[in-house]
Design a protein around this ligand. Structure first.
Ligand SMILES: C[S@@+](CC[C@H](N)C(=O)[O-])C[C@H]1O[C@@H](n2cnc3c(N)ncnc32)[C@H](O)[C@@H]1O
Length: 369
């Protein structure tokens, strides 16, 4: 028989508590307790702290009754203070349960993008709220963690990617110029040949604005999106007349049927691959029929890859599928592939492979076939 276990999922709003708690609930066959979901179900404002406290108290009674009968309970209240976590741990222990702490680390820029894209609060959360919450939040110390039966520190990939590119913003251009057999200019030539002047073009992961914004913006209506605020500052300096937005491509809002082309060089490879099929479908929906998608993606199976100190900018994360799976996912998302080839490039002495794709959004007569 499994031992009763309390899992405390601790982190600020937008840190991914619910996603993580769902994974744990499936893995351990446990029951999740999420006050936000209950409040949304009852139409209660997420700002109502009094009702939130009442719901948490009721949920804690239910959780304790599960723990008493040998079940797994997962609470995702944020548990911002040490005092609150200590009290839950000791009450659960008194019932004979094991207690695990899962701590979701996060970065303020990423939290802000996620909560503003989610838009669940009314009035909306402001950037200042996030800064204030960071002041109130007591991150678990080593000494506290030692008091649990098990701990998990959950790295947030997108937070690491933002922090890494913020760090690399000033050196990125020079590093990228040193890559041999760089194909971006060739694929941009080929895209230009397919576009009429004045086309609507979106770039995902625009980096410093070079080479794509600098090349396409003079002839087309260009918008660049990047999750790193420091990269966007560089882009604004390098290509001042153009529009750039700080946003996570996995959450950014773009109207359907509004674009003639989407370009994504070396950027989708930083999005956790479980989000990539949905991202492909959303890109397809943003494109007008026949609109173009040009990207380089992973060419090998990479559930997740981390490097501790990539280019001396701190931890970096990559993820993606092998070339054939990427081709199938793009077709399932409603794309027709014009070309999809694996090419090697040289980063220093290391040969690295990417899948370069040119695709177009299926025309209505193609999608009914
Ligand atoms: C390898 S750099 C490539 C930059 C540019 N496309 C180029 O070819 O030089 C990857 C860029 O994608 C951005 N990026 C990574 N993940 C992102 C995400 N989820 N949403 C938006 N931008 C992202 C990074 O901040 C970085 O600027």
């Amino acid at each position: 028989m499994k031992r009763s276990t309390l899992v405390i999922v601790c982190g600020l709003p937008g840190s991914g508590k619910t996603t993580h708690a769902k994974t744990v609930a499936t893995a351990l066959d446990g029951v999740r307790f999420c006050p936000d979901e209950e409040m949304a179900r009852q139409g209660i404002s997420l700002w109502d702290e009094e009702v939130r406290a009442q719901i948490e108290a009721l949920q804690w009674e239910e959780a304790k009754s599960l723990l008493s009968s040998g079940q797994v309970a997962i609470i995702e209240w944020g548990t911002w203070t040490r005092e609150e976590r200590d009290s839950l741990r000791e009450e659960a222990r008194a019932l004979g349960a094991a207690v695990e702490l899962h701590y979701l680390e996060a970065n303020g820029d990423v939290l802000w993008q996620r909560v503003s894209a989610r838009g669940a609060e009314n009035p909306p959360i402001e950037r200042d709220d996030i800064d204030r919450w960071f002041q109130l939040f007591e991150a678990p110390s080593q000494e506290e963690m030692a008091r649990y039966d098990a701990i998990a520190i959950v790295d947030d990939p997108s937070a690491a990617v933002v922090a890494g590119y913020n760090q690399l913003a000033s050196s990125w251009g020079d590093w990228a110029d040193g890559v041999s057999r760089d194909l971006r200019a060739i694929y941009l030539d080929r895209l230009e040949a397919r576009l009429s002047p004045g086309s609507d073009v979106l770039e995902l992961g625009c980096g410093t604005g070079r080479p794509v914004a600098a090349r396409l913006a003079p002839t087309h209506r260009y918008v660049g999106v990047d999750s790193s605020p420091r990269m966007v500052e560089r882009a604004q300096r390098n290509v001042p007349a153009e529009e750039f937005q700080v946003a996570d491509m996995a959450a950014v809002y773009v109207p359907e049927n509004s674009l003639d082309a989407v370009v994504a060089f070396y950027s989708i490879i930083h999005v956790p691959r479980q989000q990539q099929p949905d991202l492909f479908s959303r890109i397809r929906s943003w494109l007008r029929p026949g609109g173009h998608f040009v990207a380089c993606l992973t060419s090998g199976d990479l559930p997740e890859g981390w490097e501790d100190n990539w280019l001396e900018g701190g931890p970096m994360y990559w993820s993606g599928f092998d070339a054939d799976t990427n081709r199938s996912l793009l077709e399932e998302a409603g794309f027709r592939l014009d070309s999809s080839e694996v090419h090697a490039q040289l980063e220093g002495d290391t040969e690295v492979h990417f899948l370069w794709v040119e695709a177009h959004s299926a025309l209505p007569e193609q999608s009914t076939n």
